[in-house]
Design a protein around this ligand. Sequence first.
Ligand code: DX5
Ligand code: ZN
Length: 221
Amino acid sequence: MKTSILAPSILAADFTDISSALLEIENSSAAWVHLDVMDGHFVPNLTFGPKMIADMRKLSKLFFDVHLMISNPEAMLDAYIEAGADAVTFHIESCVHANRLADKIRKTGKKAGISIVPSTPVSTVAEMLDIVDLILVMSVNPGFGGQSFIPSSMKKVSALAEIRKKEGLDFMIAVDGGVNENNAREIISAGADVLVMGSAFFGSKNKKALAAKIAALPLSD
Ligand code: DX5
Ligand code: ZN
């Protein structure tokens, strides 16, 4: 049986103690870590770049799920691949030649993801569903952790799951923003495979129990 994937987001961790944050994720049994790259241009906030990811790579074997919230993602793709990304997700809103970029990512042997912000409809990525490994549905306006889940995102997850089934495709659906223990089951039932969790994960007193709870959620077919 395929089970849900929990991807704790390092954005909610203490940036002066990333090695402890990685250990906390590993000890919880979550297999992925979500790495939010922000450039202060595509989104108002700034986080980190490839150097940080390369340094983290030396400390951890977790699956590095890199979420590029940056303008012109083509320009820096190679640096993120070299840094040790296992999946690179970029935004359709920041890339005209998204098809070419997804192809380029896949040619490196890494997983390619495309993301849509809350105001972007699913139809915008309709032509990409068979050329990416992951669709990241942003359920908050990107840039900051700790925001509330935007309910209309659920419809997008269901719509993507329906197309996936109808067309026999196999992309994963990830949901990012305002995900917590209370809404996880509903999001997974709608068709998501990957739950990105920042503040709810790092704010949890029992991360192991949280990860086990998410892993036990059965994926919808
Ligand atoms: C927001 C980021 C998210 C963020 C989620 O722009 O893309 O990955 O870390 O944080 P929470 O889970 O706190 O909403
Ligand atoms: Zn993210």
